[in-house]
Design a protein around this ligand. Structure first.
Ligand code: UDP
Length: 243
């Protein structure tokens, strides 16, 4: 959207018709890349991300080898055609940062000590972007790791939330932000948990919110996360069901 809209919410409805606590339609598929050890595609509305996992396998370069555990390495990228204005191909600062936080979030759940000296490579590719791509990618990566049979403490699950304004400029917390809200909203927050032990593994914010607003948004995001988690488990179980 080129010019700032007069409002992002009006009469209780967001620009795409959702209410504040509504998330977009979530679709999850596992095993989408046959050559990978594990893979998944996760769509949050128009945001579509594929993750592929390779490993555990021998780590190169050798100086990164850790004698007591595996390295979880992540590479996040957006395809040129994934955004409205064609994105310059290849990783820039933003992609390096997202790769780093993705690897850190996943490292906190993978039982890395089971694979000393090895690497687990996670590739996250955004094929269509409508905001919240790092969180959608993290969810896809978490499912792809499970699909690869990598032992984990539990799944990482994430949802975004943000602060959007009405026609009078008053701010409201909303869950699962899409592009106009990310671009024009007063705040957007990427939030992910290690679901089983309820630990926060990623939290990044642009903009400003009060403590009360933050907690309100987080409460809504936790509900969306519960739903997302169930969908993730369903997708993983579905793969092994015999009809
Ligand atoms: N975006 C874009 N071009 C870029 C980077 C981002 O159009 O080069 C859009 C895309 O829709 C992305 C959104 O801006 O999802 C928000 O990007 P941000 O860096 O906040 O990360 P995200 O919310 O995707 O995790």
């Amino acid at each position: 959207m080129e010019t700032k809209p007069d409002y992002l919410i009006k009469g209780g409805k967001r620009l795409d018709g959702r209410k504040l606590a509504d998330w977009r339609e979530i679709s999850i598929k596992t095993g989408v890349i046959e050559n990978a050890d594990g893979s998944a595609q996760v769509d949050f509305g128009k945001t579509k991300v594929i993750a592929a996992v390779y490993g555990p396998r021998e780590l190169h370069p050798r100086h990164l080898v850790m004698s007591d555990r595996a390295l979880v390495r992540a590479k996040y990228d957006m395809l040129s055609f994934s955004v409205e204005d064609r994105k310059r191909p290849g990783p820039g600062r933003r992609e390096h940062e997202i790769s780093k936080v993705t690897a850190e979030a996943l490292s906190s759940v993978v039982l890395t000590e089971k694979f000393p000296r090895a690497v687990i490579d996670v590739f996250v590719t955004v094929i269509q972007a409508d905001a919240s791509t790092r969180i959608t990618g993290l969810n896809a990566a978490s499912i792809a790791l499970a699909d690869a049979g990598i032992p984990m403490k539990g799944l990482v699950v994430g949802v975004t939330f943000g602060k959007i304004y009405d026609e009078k400029g008053k701010g409201y917390m909303a869950v699962d932000v899409f592009k106009p809200e990310d671009q024009w909203g007063q705040a957007d927050i990427a939030y992910a948990k290690s679901y089983n032990d309820n630990k926060v593994v990623l939290l990044q914010m642009d903009g400003d919110v009060t403590k009360e607003e933050f907690l309100k948004g987080k409460e809504m995001a936790d509900k969306a996360m519960e739903y997302t988690y169930k969908e993730m488990v369903k997708a993983l179980k579905g793969k092994y069901e015999v009809d």
